[in-house]
Design a protein around this ligand. Sequence first.
Ligand code: DC
Length: 220
Amino acid sequence: MGFNIAIDGPAGAGKSTIAKKIASRLGYIYVDTGAMYRAMALYLLRENVPASDAAAISRKCREADISIGYEDGAQVVYLNGENVNGLIRTEEVGNMASASSPNPDVRKKLVELQQKLAAGADVVMDGRDIGTCVLPDAQVKVYLTADSGVRAMRRYKELTEKGVSCDLATIEKDIIERDRQDMTREISPLTQAEDAVLIDSSALTIDEVAEKIIALAGTK
Ligand code: DC
């Protein structure tokens, strides 16, 4: 196995920004597992599968071939051969990903793919169950969190900068609901692995968090 850094935590804690930064500093591959669940969700939405129909999700997820590749150093997610990077960052896809990711057939398929990626390379992988389920033997495990108010404000700024009008209170309400779904589901709920280091990013900059994790990797 390569050198594996696992970063888990709730939505909006800064996982992907920080994981990307660490990967580029260390020359590792960044694997965004949320993007894989989002690509699967996009497929289910396109096929008009209701979020509440577990049997249909189990059946339909077999038809979705999700793979990842790298273009100019950035991760690209392919859904049945189509680059869907530009289509998976919507609230609609995020909500469907949160609803469909508890499905055991969806998880089995994507976890296998994630384990294969980490077996052959040095990776920084972020998600919800990386330290607990996907890479239990990762050399570095981090549980990255932040206050829901801070996470909502970060998301609000990101959307406002893109010119999207939005409401801070609604964003925070959605974040709290997403956390609840991710933390209370039966299979692979979001929880801190026993051997993970807890980092609260509420009052830290991206660079400060990245430095802490790089320092942890240096001690292994
Ligand atoms: O990190 P994100 O918002 O892109 O993730 C989208 C959804 O996918 C999120 O609701 C939880 C789910 N997910 C998961 O169940 N397991 C992972 N390893 C990554 C994401």
